[in-house]
Design a protein around this ligand. Structure first.
Ligand SMILES: *Cc1c(COP(=O)(O)O)cnc(C)c1O
Length: 344
């Protein structure tokens, strides 16, 4: 049975060009700063983000949490949108690694209102934890891959900076945002002090995320990466795939976005599904079942070769990526309709 895997863009496998580059990669001990391929990837990544320096991390979670560790001290407050990945999906790392307290701000499709943000940042008072960091997310994962414009990013960062907070951008899928807007990712990253993006999602590299920021920030982050066990040795083997990802996999994300819109259109033809098409801006489709249980539905689809994730009792998430073609999207939609129809 052919599997159509729409659980995440993290399931993408490396391209033949990546395998080739990995096999041929020039390597050295990166903890000694001697891996030329890692250095090349970090420099490329920093240039793409418009920052001075980059730091290759094992995962997006590591890159985000190393950023928080580097921006904060124990007992500080970190402000996040209420469904931010850093808060929602990183296994409590804010508390475990940095000992910081999250303060959550309700968003609209993942975007905070600047006035709500301003109200959430409390003035200095012996009773309050010092607010130290604002975390933003673009695209927003839980909101369905929604895109934050450079203008809103700037306004929110200004609110934080005026009050003495630093700004970290969780840009796991920042290239999807840039492709959707037709802008340079540097415009999205410019208002933030640090930014991280994933090589291992739509860009299809096997491993890796890069944290970018000022030279001084990355120097301190490098030490924090060591603390969490992220000092790697001949990491050029994985960095080589990252270089190919940045060189060849960014522009094709537009195809994933077109496939997501197609999937949203096909599903919304059927009253068994409710899709908020306004949020289908990049490669994620959130879909509510009007009947039946999402977890049972996911099991039935898996038995037919269509893999999706339930992200709530009546909600499923579908993610398009390079390893699903247009024909797969059409087939998956047909199977999804058939199986949803069985919840009488
Ligand atoms: C996937 C993701 C991450 C974390 O990446 P991992 O490599 O899975 O740890 C962080 N933030 C957002 C918004 C993501 O979508």
């Amino acid at each position: 049975m052919r599997i159509i895997d729409l659980r995440s863009d993290t399931v993408t496998v490396p391209t033949p060009a990546m395998r080739e580059a990995m096999a041929r990669a020039e390597v050295g001990d990166d903890v000694y700063g001697e891996d030329p391929t890692v250095i090349r990837l970090e420099e490329m990544a920093a240039a793409r983000m418009g920052k001075e320096a980059g730091l290759l991390c094992v995962s997006g979670t590591m890159a985000n949490q190393v950023a928080v560790m580097t921006h904060t001290r124990r007992g500080d407050e970190v402000i996040l949108e209420e469904e931010a990945h850093i808060y929602y999906y990183e296994a409590g790392a804010l508390a475990v690694l940095s000992g910081v307290q999250p303060r959550l701000v309700k968003g609209q499709r993942g975007m905070m209102d600047p006035d709500d943000l301003a109200r959430a940042i409390r003035p200095s008072n012996i009773h309050y934890p010092p607010p130290r960091l604002l975390c933003l997310e673009n695209t927003h994962n839980r909101a369905g891959g929604t895109v934050m414009t450079p203008a809103l990013t700037r306004v929110l960062a200004d609110v934080a900076h005026e009050r003495g907070l630093a700004v970290h951008l969780d840009g796991a899928r920042i290239f999807n945002a840039a492709v959707h807007l037709g802008c340079d990712p540097r415009e999205l990253a410019a208002p933030a002090d640090s930014v991280m993006f994933c090589l291992s999602k739509g860009l299809a590299a096997p491993v890796g995320s890069v944290l970018c920021g000022s030279r001084e920030f990355i120097e301190r982050a490098r030490r924090n990466r060591k603390i969490v066990g992220g000092g790697m040795r001949q990491a050029g083997v994985i960095a080589a795939a990252g270089v190919v990802a940045l060189e060849t996999m960014v522009d094709r994300l537009a195809e994933d976005h077109a496939h997501a819109r197609l999937l949203a259109d096909l599903l919304s033809e059927d009253p068994l599904f409710r899709v908020d098409r306004e949020t289908v801006q990049t490669n994620i489709v959130l879909c509510w079942l009007t009947r039946g249980d999402a977890f049972a539905y996911v099991r039935r689809l898996a038995a037919r070769g269509v893999k999706v994730n339930a992200t709530g009792p009546d909600r499923i998430r579908l993610v398009t990526h390079k390893d699903v073609a247009r024909a797969d999207i059409e087939e998956a939609a047909a199977i999804m309709k058939e199986e949803a129809g069985r919840f009488a």
